[in-house]
Design a protein around this ligand. Structure first.
Ligand code: PFF
Length: 455
């Protein structure tokens, strides 16, 4: 292969892994989770967990992928047979989480689509500024059917990309959208930083007040690490199969974690200066924080309606990319399980299942608004159960499977690069974090959250 071709293919593998990690989790979810959990101290905790627990499991998933099997379901079955223990439940759990997360993710992607169309209308509207100023979440919050329809459009487009085998073409479009998104981010952060609230925001984000942490903080930070790095669902196992054998997977993992963290922090710097201008405290702990703040920022920028349109277009492409990862993994598992079914049939069945599940998050604020537990709405409970409890449990499963599938020699061989120089010591640290530190922290996080629920 020519130098250029191998560089291009290397770039596209990175694009897959980074593309799956960076998405609504960084830009939509991270700001409100930080707002909800008091800022700086939680941010520090999050970064620490991302580079210990998150990175160690990410590398384990990539290495599992390189060991040859495509789907986590298949790997867990294999290990179950070898160990004569019911480890296949971990595979099943990961599939369950994958389906529900896809349903949930599609609803939020539908919100992005809504804003995208609003900005298109804003561009053609005579009084653009007044129109953009009036864009808000109310229409969405009050209409389950609107949320359901938008989410369905999103999901069907993803299904089309997957079923028609045009993923590569989509990847090219996505690769072009990324630099645009990066430039927009920088423009918006600069504009955000010229607002009066900057010093308050800096104090909130970078001055850690540890009294703001509570028993749930560990679990929430850990859950978000899993979600944002796409861990616990076998997605990174699939991507691990794509990297060539000479690629040093621990370095891939480190780069993906670093890029993901930088994108998340940039999202904070973009959203919070605007959020702090509002006098309501409730505002920046709300899942709508991104959507409520950005239009106010675009109003302050010349040609803001075009910037707004471009921003939501790129964000939606990122959401499509992440959703395709989820959908592909589901279809791969489905086809593995039922050999007689064609790929199109499994795509159809997966999409139908997810569409049905989407009813719950889409109508959570309307039809299911009375279903409240632990002082939280239906959507908040769903988010918490999935991300703060089930994903870390599934991460534990990945660790168990990893140590059962590969022996010491195989692990070492797949971790250490050709030169072997720096990797020996790193290997020992990594194994220690994976085997002892991560399981203890995951167990502790779940326990503390549970205790906090009933306090
Ligand atoms: N990591 C993605 C994000 O931060 O938006 C979300 C995600 C994608 C989670 C794929 C899980 C997944 F399997």
């Amino acid at each position: 292969m020519s130098k250029k071709a191998s560089w291009v293919s290397r770039f596209s593998f990175y694009l897959l892994a980074v593309g799956s990690a960076c998405g609504l989790g960084n830009i939509w979810r991270f700001p409100y989770v930080i707002g909800e959990n008091g800022g700086g101290a939680f941010l520090l905790l999050y970064i620490f967990l991302a580079f210990t627990v998150g990175l160690s499991i990410l590398v384990a998933e990539l290495i599992l992928g390189r060991s040859g099997e495509f789907s986590l379901l298949k790997i867990t079955k294999l290990v179950s047979l070898q160990a004569k223990k019911p480890f296949y439940w971990f595979g099943r759990l990961s599939i369950l989480i994958n389906v529900v997360i896809l349903a949930y993710y599609s609803v939020i992607s539908g919100w992005v689509l809504h804003y995208l169309t609003q900005f298109i209308v804003g561009i053609v509207n005579e009084n653009r500024i007044a129109y953009i100023s009036s864009i808000n979440m109310e229409a969405l919050k009050n209409s389950g059917s609107l949320q359901f329809s938008l989410a369905s459009v999103h999901l069907l487009i993803c299904g089309f990309v997957v079923a028609k085998g045009v993923i590569e073409r989509f990847e090219k479009i996505f690769a072009q959208a990324l630099p645009i998104l990066a430039v927009l981010f920088i423009v918006l952060i600069i504009r955000s930083f010229s607002l009066d609230s900057t010093s308050d925001v800096m104090r909130f984000l970078f001055y850690p007040d540890f009294s703001k942490l509570n028993l749930s903080s560990l679990g929430r930070a850990l859950g978000h690490v899993f979600f944002t790095l796409s861990l616990g669902m076998g997605i990174m196992v699939t991507y691990g199969t794509y990297f060539k054998n000479d690629e040093h997977l621990p370095s891939v993992g480190f780069r993906v974690t670093t890029i993901d963290t930088i994108v998340s922090i940039m999202a904070l710097l973009m959203v919070f200066p605007i959020a702090f201008l509002s006098d309501s405290n409730h505002y920046f702990t709300d899942p709508g924080i991104l959507f409520e703040s950005l239009p106010r920022l675009f109003v302050k920028i010349q040609y803001g309606e075009f910037f707004g349109f471009l921003f939501f277009l790129c964000l939606w492409l990122a959401a499509v990319n992440a959703s395709i990862g989820l959908l592909e993994t589901l279809i791969a598992n489905f086809s593995d399980k039922f050999h007689k079914i064609s790929r199109n049939q499994s795509t159809f069945m997966t999409i139908t299942g997810v569409l049905l599940l989407m009813i719950f998050p889409a109508f959570s604020g309307t039809l299911f608004s009375k279903f409240k537990w632990f002082n939280q709405s239906f959507m908040e409970n769903l988010d918490s159960l999935l991300i703060n409890y089930l994903l870390p449990i599934s991460g534990l499963g990945i660790i168990v499977i990893f140590f059962h599938l590969l022996n010491e020699t195989e692990r070492k061989e797949k971790f250490i690069d050709a030169t072997g120089k720096n990797s020996q010591a790193m290997y020992r640290h990594w194994i220690w974090i994976l085997k002892w530190f991560s399981p203890v922290l995951i167990g502790l996080a779940i326990l503390l959250q549970f205790v906090n629920l009933f306090r």
